[in-house]
Design a protein around this ligand. Structure first.
Ligand code: CO
Length: 294
């Protein structure tokens, strides 16, 4: 007679073996190739930001018409805020789990961030986790806007192309980047330096990093500027652009610079609204997708 313990071990072994076969069928070469795109933005709870996301969505679907596109936001705070108003956005983790469940085999994850900061690091870690699980046959991550020297050059071109045509050469343009404690903050200075080589009256500042508004003010003074355009250097014209840059509160860039005697004209348009910037992210996505061609 078999003891109860041996029978149980036998049954468990069978279940284990069976689940192994199911797993192999689900993830082995027999599974049909299904390529998908996951776009990953920081997110925004401002309605004014949606036009940026829509533009990217259109550009991506136009460039890769047969590939399903999913969206996710990295910011937990934004997702929570949106959920309260009934709009539910996935985190990259949830979005990837859903794509695994939908039997996608090849995923191109495209970061829509501006620099390789903390959000990008977190996204990379998430993707490493999915790689470890063997959830997909291949998963690639596309770089944010500013990653290589070539990207900086393309970004400078895009910035110069996005400046309003009516601006005359004596007027300044101040870009408001986000800024971060992350070492990738140095990209803002690299960008500022390279813009200066092309147009000495275009300045880069950040809300939370270096260069800051004090430095921008010094440069405006040095250049005898009378009028300046204010433009967000963020993918969306969201909270920072509307309030910190163009708001009526005393500490907004518009208020501070107006008080210092500069005529200010804010432009509330995120970088993702311009095709010149959007094409940088699309080109990074295209690199990822090229890995899946056989
Ligand atoms: Co912020």
């Amino acid at each position: 007679m078999f003891s109860k313990k041996i029978v149980c071990t036998y049954i468990f072994s069978l279940i284990f073996l069976f689940s192994g076969i199911v797993f192999a069928n689900g993830h082995g070469s027999a599974q049909p190739k299904k390529v998908g795109i996951l776009l990953v933005a920081f997110g925004s709870s401002e309605a004014s930001a949606q036009v940026s996301f829509d533009n990217i969505d259109i550009k991506v679907k136009k460039a890769f018409p047969n590939v399903p596109v999913r969206w996710s936001y990295t910011s937990h705070i934004i997702r929570k805020k949106l959920a309260k108003s009934g709009k539910f956005m996935d985190s990259p983790e949830i979005a990837l789990a859903k794509m695994a469940d939908e039997k996608f085999t090849h995923i191109a994850v495209q970061s829509l961030h501006t620099i390789r900061g903390a959000e990008f690091d977190d996204l990379s870690n998430t993707i490493d986790g999915f790689k470890l699980m063997g959830a997909f046959q291949d998963i690639q991550i596309g770089q944010p806007m500013l990653t290589s020297q070539k990207d900086i050059e393309k970004t400078v071109d895009a910035i110069l192309a996005s400046i309003p045509a009516k601006r005359n050469a004596s007027e300044a343009v101040v870009l408001m980047g986000h800024g971060t404690h992350h070492p990738a903050n140095a990209f803002y200075s690299a960008l500022a330096y390279q813009i200066q080589l092309r147009d000495s009256k275009v300045f880069v500042g950040t809300v939370e990093g270096y260069p800051d508004l004090d430095l921008v003010q010094e440069l405006l003074k040095k250049n005898n500027i009378k009028k300046t355009y204010l433009m967000p250097f963020m993918s969306v014209a969201g909270d920072h652009a509307k309030n910190d840059m163009a708001g009526d509160e005393d500490d907004s860039w518009k208020s501070v610079l107006s008080k210092a005697g500069y005529e200010c004209e804010p432009i509330l348009k995120g970088t993702a609204e311009y095709d010149s910037f959007a094409s940088i992210w699309v080109s990074h996505l295209s690199e990822s997708l090229s890995h899946f061609k056989q």
